[in-house]
Design a protein around this ligand. Structure first.
Ligand code: SF4
Ligand code: SF4
Length: 295
């Protein structure tokens, strides 16, 4: 297209349920059609060359697209990594395509494509931190992409966009930010490489039930008013903007729907116990009790 900068992108999926793709495909503003067909930001268009869930092709011809992108667009393409990266037993638990008649592990693809990319987005908690496939006892030896890159000496800029699943705005906003302003500056990411624009505050900080927590009023059963801490809410340790952004175009989100936050954007997920296991070691202020004592 004349006057339009085409930014090549490849999106690979490892040990995943494809939920991250499904979530992003449900982006409403902009729609996924806008993201893939129109300019994501004025003058810049994403040329998505590989995505196993939505592309029509299969087999060696599409694997060749990955190889060609790496060779011919070195340092110019965006890589999206969705899903866990198994490392046990030589990475045999997740493989994709062949090179010279040999299966290629997902670990190999993530490293090779990452080394030559302009930037990498780890999408979803499985890619960022291990997620559900990496939960104890982690039989396939899943590691976070950032650990794999550290071990392999891959220095390409990496942005973590976690979530199980990630909110479509978190991905589209991160992508648009890279295209508009370049790679994020160090102070725009937290120490886990998450964009502070989306992951800068605790769910607990902006929770609509926070006043109940401060008063020490806790729900004993689902459906009751009160803070959901005793019922397993992990909001006090979870960084995400769900209370402000909402899900499904702001219609609802976990706590608004009456369920505690499950820390789905955190490295601790899913090993904090069940959905209903109370967080340990959270200081409960009980402001109401202080006031009553003094009164
Ligand atoms: S513990 Fe959960 S429900 Fe209670 S205020 Fe914090 S985030 Fe909200
Ligand atoms: S409220 Fe918690 S569990 Fe729900 S989507 Fe947000 S970070 Fe994930």
């Amino acid at each position: 297209m004349p006057g339009i900068v085409e930014v090549p992108a490849v999106w690979i999926q490892g040990g995943s349920c494809s939920g991250c793709s499904v979530s992003v495909l449900n982006s409403l503003a902009p729609s996924i059609a806008n993201v893939l067909i129109d300019d994501v930001v004025p003058g810049k268009h994403i040329n998505l060359r590989f995505h196993a869930t939505i592309m029509a092709g299969a087999g060696q011809p599409v694997i060749q697209v990955l190889e060609d992108t790496r060779e011919r667009s070195r340092g110019e393409y965006l890589l999206v990594v969705e899903g866990a990266i198994p490392t046990a037993d030589g990475g045999v638990y997740c493989r994709m395509g062949e090179r010279d008649g040999e299966h290629v592990t997902f670990h190999r693809w993530a490293v090779d494509l990452g080394r030559d990319a302009l930037a990498v987005i780890a999408l979803g908690t499985c890619a960022c931190f291990g997620g559900i496939p990496g939960g104890a006892p982690n039989p396939t030896g899943v590691k976070p992409l950032m650990d794999i890159y550290r071990e392999a000496g891959v220095a390409t800029p990496l942005i973590n966009v976690p979530g199980c699943a990630p909110h479509p705005d978190w991905f589209v906003g991160t992508l648009a930010g890279v295209l508009l302003g370049g790679l994020p500056k160090a102070d725009e990411l937290d120490d886990l490489l998450r964009p502070k624009a989306f992951f800068g505050n605790l769910v607990h900080e902006h929770c609509p039930r926070r006043a109940y927590f401060d008063e020490g009023k806790f729900a004993a059963h689902f459906g009751e008013p009160g803070c959901l801490y005793e019922l397993g809410c992990k909001g006090p340790i979870t960084y995400a903007d769900c209370p402000d952004r909402g899900w499904n175009s702001g219609v609802s989100w976990c706590i608004k729907a009456g369920m505690g936050c499950q820390a789905c954007t955190q490295p601790e997920f899913p090993d904090l116990g069940s959905f209903y296991t109370k967080l340990a070691d959270v200081d409960v202020p009980r402001i109401g009790d202080c006031w009553r004592r003094e009164g």
